[in-house]
Design a protein around this ligand. Structure first.
Ligand code: CP3
Length: 346
């Protein structure tokens, strides 16, 4: 392995990366989706008067906000502070993130002209990402940094609908009604996603997570036809680090998600991990899956439910403890700190 600098920590031996690779771990590693953000008073303090997308383009803020949950909770991994729409903004898509709403796109994409206007992403489009990750890898020491991107379906839904959507009507209308156009859009977005993940890996991210948050709206056969070729290409293109694949409401999709090629499949709270392990099949680690709302209940309930998640997680070849979706803004940070300590002890 060559010589080690004084103080250099071997990241590869971290519990998080070992669990992703289905290797034995000293304790179950734990981190939380949306651990950086609205549940933390120190987050609100540094974000005061700073729009979300401005924060995402400011290296000092990215570094500080990424570090906040690591300091406070002692989690086993940091997730890069950003948003899934940042690379789209960076190639010139006119969009904003509205507080309490989410991403809003000024001119929704509905035709070939709109799709062809999505140009490829280049490292020079997101210099703040590279700069922040380089600074973070120094600050984090032995704690791995997770880079991430939105998956083509979830990004496509925001672009086509123009904002958050309950039923993804227009998105599905294009998928079923104009399959050529659909695949063209998915291909464009996949190229952007691959480049964005590669930029983060090149700068020092030790793992990547693909967020397909809204893909649970799609039936398994349709996933196979309209989405799988694209997610497969993405995972094939970033095979040099552990890859996590996550979506919400994906109980019926867990098998086909396993086929997309990630090392770790994220599971929401609806399917217990032992059942999820059966559905995903061998050769995968699992991530999840405490219902984030359980953290709003008294500690005794959290402890009982977390114990259950850990017990069922033993059925998986590797288990990264997480919530079934993001931390809710009203969560008491003390509950998350206590939960982290509990998972480490057990
Ligand atoms: O801690 C982390 O997970 C890192 C940061 C992160 C954010 N967004 C910060 C953020 C990550 C990984 C994301 C991913 C993301 N963004 C997803 C996938 C994950 C998921 O939760 O399903 C999605 C669907 C988005 C799109 C998006 N951006 C939504 C739905 C929202 C919430 C809107 C709201 O205010 O309710 C955002 C905004 C956003 N992204 C915030 C944060 C901290 C809140 C904005 C703020 O604090 O002003």
């Amino acid at each position: 392995m060559g010589s080690h600098y004084p103080g250099e920590v071997n990241l590869a031996d971290s519990a998080f990366l070992r669990a992703c690779r289905r290797q034995p771990v000293p304790h179950t590693p734990v981190w939380y989706m949306r651990q950086a953000g609205r549940a933390l008073p120190e987050y609100h303090k540094v974000r005061e008067g700073v729009p979300m997308l401005t924060a995402c383009a400011t290296p000092e803020l990215i570094v500080e906000i990424t570090m906040q949950p690591v300091r406070r909770y002692g989690v086993d991994a940091a997730i890069f502070f950003s948003d899934i729409v940042v690379p789209l903004k960076a190639i010139g898509v006119d969009l904003d993130i509205k507080p309490g709403v989410g991403p809003v796109v000024a001119d929704p994409i509905r035709d070939a002209k709109g799709i062809d206007a999505l140009r490829p992403l280049e490292p020079g489009d997101v210099p703040y990402v590279t700069e922040a990750i380089k600074a973070l890898t120094g600050e984090l020491g032995g704690t791995p940094l997770i880079g991430f991107a939105g998956a083509p379906f979830t990004l496509g839904s925001y672009l086509i609908e123009g904002g958050p959507s309950k039923n993804h009507d227009r998105t599905k209308a294009m998928m079923y009604g104009e399959p050529e156009l659909w695949h063209r859009l998915m291909e464009r977005l996949s190229g952007i996603v691959i480049e964005h993940l590669r930029i983060q890996i090149a700068a020092g991210a030790s793992a990547v997570q693909l967020f397909d948050s809204w893909v649970g709206a799609v039936a398994p056969d349709d996933y196979r036809e309209f989405i799988l070729p694209h997610t497969r290409r993405i995972f094939d293109s970033v095979a040099d680090v552990p890859r996590i694949h996550f979506g919400v409401g994906t109980g019926e999709l867990l098998g086909v998600l396993g086929e997309a090629g990630a090392d770790v499949v994220g599971v929401d709270w609806r399917v217990p991990l032992d059942e999820a392990a059966r559905r995903v099949g061998p050769g995968k680690a699992l991530q999840g899956n405490l219902d984030p709302a359980i953290l709003l209940a008294p500690w005794e309930v959290v402890e009982r439910k977390a114990r259950e998640v850990l017990r069922r997680g033993e059925s998986a070849e590797g288990h990264v403890f997480n919530l079934g979706h993001g931390v809710l803004p009203s969560t008491n940070p003390d509950q998350l700190k206590r939960l982290t300590e509990f998972v480490h002890q057990l």
